[in-house]
Design a protein around this ligand. Sequence first.
Ligand code: PHE
Length: 377
Amino acid sequence: MKSTLLLLTTAAAFSLVGCKDANTAGDIIVGEVASLTGDEASFGNSSHNGTLLAIEELNAAGGLLGKKLKLVTEDNQSKKGESATATKKLISQSKVVALLGEVASSRSLEMASICQQMKIPQISPSSTNPKVTQSGDYIFRVCFTDQFQGGDVLSKFALESLKAKHVAIITDVSQAYSVGLTQYFKDKYLASGGQIVAEQKCASGEKDYKAQLTAIKGTNPEAIFLPVYYGPANLIAQQARELGITVPLFGGDGWEAPELLQGANGTLNGCVFSTHFSPDQDGAKAKEFVEKYTKRFGAKPDAMGALGYDSAMVLADAIKRAGTTDGSKVRDAIAATKDYEGVTGKMTLDAERNARKSAVMIEIKAGKFAYRETVNP
Ligand code: PHE
């Protein structure tokens, strides 16, 4: 039943494209790579919704350079290797003028090497690993990096808010994000007088973390840093409490998904993570966006939704200023982005093609995400 419906919709979509051929040929085609299914589906769907909302608004306001925008999205299923394939397909078959994505740093890195080689500008909405934009001068991000998130925000949080001088860490060695965030946290935390009492590893897809947690328990940490995505964070939290580990757990933006709390039964209450945006934060632009997004999708936006929206708007602003979709001119215009008022804050892209922005701390209170504070760079 479901597949018949899908077939019908696909057929309808094809015929629509067919009869509109003359028009779509003149569209500005923007590519997007997103994890719409698989382990990090929450990231991809939020980011995609925000991106789509921006494209819809731009078209409703008349499009760009006298043309309509068309978003072509490829699902990488959260799988390794698929973002490279998707990027090649979008460039060679869909003839995109620029690419938006990905959320996860490892997958943005896959896209970046191809975009750089093909001289197609890429804007990652939310990948925080420094290496992403180091891939070359066509690669940008509209968020802060993990040097700030791990080094400044989380190290300070552990020492000053948690007053934890002894921390244990579990790193997902299969994700560039996790490896980088661990490193930047450690560098600053150790230099500021903290001690790492245990360092354990895991890999994406693992379900049993008892061995790592048992080893950690013996070292009596005052807090455990989990620079991992929401799937492992959810399981680690539950298993830690089962083993009688009661100390606070904390993490970075990778924790952000409703699935973090699935079946957690309060085990994460009082725990905190850093991210880029909260639907409860102040600011007229943020409030207006929360309203529009909620109306369109029936749920409040998270950080990925807001950053997806900002990434598309920054690209559109650059195309408008460039007056063309020529790759190198669009690249130059993105690089010149200055004081752009986004929903996640004011954006100026620095010489390393990164944005300098505030972080938002979110606390889990009574099984819900609650805005706690904003940390400025
Ligand atoms: N910063 C994460 C990464 O680089 C992705 C992420 C961004 C996750 C925002 C949640 C929210 O992999």
